[in-house]
Design a protein around this ligand. Structure first.
Ligand SMILES: Cc1cc2nc3c(=O)[nH]c(=O)nc-3n(C[C@H](O)[C@H](O)[C@H](O)COP(=O)(O)O)c2cc1C
Length: 369
């Protein structure tokens, strides 16, 4: 392990015009504690502020519209009440000296009719995902979604634009477009989940059209790409058991070239299979990274030693940690000092209240906030 005083992980980083105090990023973590109206609870401000020693916090995935919802108890960013609740979070994080971006989410087919008054979830094509949706009445089998009509797509782009504006109004430092983990944008990108024959399907250019229309809408709201990042996961098959694209290097390489041309400030890449494995499975992550002009946030199963090695080898600018942030609000200090990490029982991951969420003590036993 690199000496703690020389590790690049704890050096500041210029992310566009934002100065991050270190290179540790809190990865987005859905915690399912919002109301049915998609409003984060007041104690979310404690939870996020407790983790403000991270150089950058990425919020839990946040629905851009009612149609975007795929999980019960997840927050939104399209109504005034949602914006007001998020303002208390961004204020608390800023007061604690942190920086925070909001992750913009549309789940597409990873949803359930019970979250839409009985209406079918929407997707590029009517292909049923494997597995179950987290609904208000527990886990329920996924269904065959409804394929979007071509003329419905501009309204979804408009929902992204509106949500990006709401995120700005809520005081976030920027936004991260969720184009990973087989949700709506990635469902359009992959030829395994996109079987369309209109201008949004077929060739790579056509499959990237909708995600890039979203990028254009969001960057326009934020005055360019300097405050807009994007998350990708070319090697992840879950949720829904979505097969990889038939040519991940070609498809995601073309995507990254376009994201670079749009001037996005970072790509946040889940290397391997989210949570499960770092097996590259034929995907050359360093080669993908080289195609991007902006910053590269590496994620998935990192620890301090791998973070140091990856930064030293020049294969990332920033490293994001997900699960380790759940039970370690002072993760940055623990990584710096080599302290042991607490582990959260899975029962606390999704749903519940402050318990197992905003009541984790730091190494000195104190709970902030
Ligand atoms: C409880 C939980 C919730 C998650 N929620 C999100 C999310 O809202 N958005 C997202 O892009 N990834 C989400 N992820 C994936 C993490 O951001 C991260 O990619 C994954 O946990 C691997 O990183 P890690 O090994 O550091 O935990 C979630 C993971 C967990 C364990």
């Amino acid at each position: 392990m690199t000496d703690q005083t020389t590790s690049t992980l704890f050096q500041p980083f210029a992310l566009g015009d934002l100065t991050l105090k270190n290179r540790v990023v809190m990865a987005p973590l859905t915690r399912s504690r919002s109301s049915d109206a998609g409003v984060v609870p007041p104690y979310a401000a404690d939870y996020y502020a407790q983790r403000a020693t991270a150089g950058l916090i990425v919020s839990e995935a946040t629905n851009i519209s009612s149609q975007a919802r795929g999980y019960a108890l997840t927050p939104g960013i399209w109504t005034p009440a949602q914006v007001e609740a998020w303002q208390t979070v961004t204020r608390a994080v800023h007061q604690a000296g942190g920086k925070m971006v909001l992750q913009l989410w549309h789940t597409g087919r990873i949803s359930h009719p019970s979250l839409h008054d009985g209406a079918l979830p929407v997707a590029p094509s009517a292909i049923k995902p494997a597995g179950q949706a987290f609904t208000n009445s527990g886990m329920q089998d996924h269904v065959v979604p409804r394929a979007l009509e071509t003329d419905e797509i501009p309204a979804i782009v408009e929902d992204y634009r509106h949500a990006a504006q709401c995120a700005k109004d809520a005081g976030f430092d920027g936004v991260e477009i969720h184009s990973a983990n087989n949700y709506l944008l990635e469902q359009f990108i992959r030829d395994s989940t996109n079987k369309r024959t209109d201008r949004y399907g077929g060739s790579v250019e056509n499959r990237l059209r909708f995600p890039l229309e979203v990028v254009t809408a969001v960057t326009t709201v934020w005055g360019g790409g300097d405050r807009v990042g994007i998350r990708i996961s070319p090697g992840t098959t879950m949720p829904g058991e979505a097969p990889l694209d038939s040519d991940p290097m070609g498809t995601y390489g073309t995507y990254i070239d376009a994201l670079s041309a749009h001037g996005l400030v970072y790509i946040h890449d889940i290397e391997g299979v989210t949570q499960m494995s770092r097996d590259p499975n034929g995907i050359d992550y360093p080669a993908l990274r080289k195609r991007f002009k902006g910053a590269y946030i590496a994620n998935n199963n990192y620890d301090r030693a791998l973070a140091d090695k990856t930064l030293e080898e020049g294969n990332a600018d920033l490293i994001s940690f997900g699960r380790p942030f759940i039970a370690n609000p002072d993760l940055v200090d623990r990584l710096r000092n080599g302290d042991p990490l607490a582990e959260a029982p899975k029962a606390y991951w999704y749903g519940g209240d402050q318990t197992g969420y905003s009541d984790w003590p730091g190494m000195n036993g104190q709970i902030k906030g």
